[in-house]
Write a protein that binds this ligand. Structure first.
Ligand code: FAD
Length: 427
């Protein structure tokens, strides 16, 4: 039986590049669609039974596809890894992605923080739009088709090996994603494949991941969600990064948007052996003076109540015993009888509640994988490998990672777009 690649070639004219795309996540889907649009003969190989499983759970099933932040702000969300993306974003950025989906009939909404979602609130609708586009483009998709090997010769790509068969081609776009949430199919295969083609890997580690903290305070508040707090990450007692928004307590630590935002820096600092502490300001709208005035006012008007009852106006119920225990004020102390020193301790705690960070959850629980294929080995104008001709790399497999807010998916779509367009132009 001839390989299915041959069948596909025979059914088309022979002018275009033969391009194999590995991985049907957002990067691979965009790449293969663009390559097909540009006239290439395309084959998309996906190892799972269904495409884009991670995309379908993104944004808690609502899929935050991008963010309307302007380019400098957008790039800043990638930290040190952002500058590599400048060229890809110049070619295909947020407005282009939004126009692309709208042209496919997908309505979009922009929410708080500039985050863009499908108006239906359903991530699978994003996938459905992409699959429709690929069908129109005549892309061949093979599911349950894991790629085990890349074949190379004379420093250029020759083909791929999947299900024991070699598939010859002119270009390969490697878009196998990172190593987080492995049940979605992103098990880190691409790192091994890229290494086989001569690439180096910046050590992978979890990013956008819950943190673990010392002591039993958090466990007592497990499940409690705090809104509108400001948190600082302290590394060796120096403020390193801050975030504003929601934070949630777990049995062994903290999670939620604020924590995920700070987690990448926290993980890296811990891996370098530094002391990492989280400082939460529970009353960011009040400076110390205003907070003290508020406490004094409350005490003057409700001095006969005990301190636990008085604090109900300032803290969620579950936090009150934890707070009083940590600042060593008996919960039944009459509010009017707390000393100036005790009031100062309370005020300081409300503005600077500290948790020592002792660890982080594993890659399985991380929203993205930090580290990956060294971007110094990739041409940012084309996404082509500088080491193996005809090999293009896109998406989270690269050493790029951003905060939450739609930045990671835009990076996958933009690098996929550029890889698809470039690969189709010939190598
Ligand atoms: C729970 C969760 C929620 C998220 N929410 C958001 C969000 O709302 N907004 C946002 O911007 N980002 C979000 N992200 C991150 C975002 O989903 C990823 O950055 C993005 O999916 C990466 O796209 P990708 O195409 O590079 O890789 P992936 O989406 O990981 O796709 C890679 C594909 O390659 C396939 N594959 C792997 N190995 C092989 C092989 N050997 N052969 C063939 N196929 C293979 C995999 O099965 C998979 O289908 C979220 C991530 C998670 C885990």
């Amino acid at each position: 039986m001839p390989p299915f690649w041959t069948i596909s070639l025979l059914s088309k004219d022979m002018t275009g590049q033969r391009i194999v795309v590995i991985g049907a996540g957002p990067a691979g889907l965009m790449a293969v669609g663009k390559a097909a649009e540009a006239g290439a003969h395309t084959l998309l190989l996906e190892k799972m039974k269904h495409p884009a499983r991670k995309l379908c759970i993104a944004g808690k099933g609502r899929c935050n596809i991008t963010n309307i932040a302007d380019l400098p702000d957008f790039i800043a969300h990638f930290g040190k890894t952002g500058s590599f993306l400048r060229q890809a974003f110049w070619r295909f950025f947020t407005p282009d992605l939004m126009d692309f989906f709208r042209a496919l009939g997908l309505e979009l909404v922009t929410e708080r923080g500039g985050r863009v979602f499908p108006a239906s609130g359903k991530a699978p609708d994003v996938l459905a739009a992409l699959l429709q586009w690929l069908e129109w483009g005549g892309v061949q998709i093979k599911l349950s088709s894991k790629v085990d090997e890349l074949t190379t010769g004379n420093e250029r790509i020759k083909g791929v090996v999947s299900r024991g068969r070699e598939i010859p081609c002119d270009a390969v776009i490697l878009a196998t994603g990172g190593a987080s949430y492995p049940a979605t199919g992103s098990t880190g295969d691409g790192y091994r494949l890229a290494v086989s083609a001569g690439h180096s890997i910046v050590p992978i580690r979890p990013a956008l991941v819950p943190l673990e903290t010392s002591g039993d305070a958090v466990g007592k508040m497990a499940g409690l969600n705090l809104r509108n707090i400001k948190a600082h990450l302290l590394v060796n007692s120096k403020r390193r990064k801050k975030a504003f928004g929601e934070m949630m307590f777990t049995e062994s630590g903290v999670t939620g948007p604020v924590i995920l935002t700070l987690s990448g820096e926290a993980v890296d600092a811990m891996r370098e052996g530094h002391k990492v502490v989280l400082s939460a300001d529970l009353k960011p709208a009040l400076d110390e003076k205003k907070l003290d005035a508020r406490l004094l006012r409350d005490i003057a008007s409700r001095g006969k109540e005990n301190i636990s009852s008085l604090l109900r106006g300032l803290l969620p119920r579950e936090m009150i015993p934890v707070c009083l225990d940590l600042i060593e004020i008996p919960p039944d102390r009459q509010a009017g009888r707390i000393s100036t020193k005790e009031r100062r301790r309370l005020r300081t705690w409300l503005k600077d509640f500290r948790l020592e960070v002792t660890g982080y959850r594993p890659l399985d629980e991380a929203i993205v994988t930090a580290g990956g294929i060294d971007t110094g080995e990739i041409d940012p104008r084309t996404m082509e490998s500088r080491l193996t001709k005809g090999l293009f790399i896109a998406g989270e497999l690269l050493d790029i990672q951003a905060d939450t807010g739609g930045y990671n998916l835009q990076a996958a779509f933009s690098t996929g777009w550029l890889a698809g367009v470039s690969a189709a132009q010939g190598v």
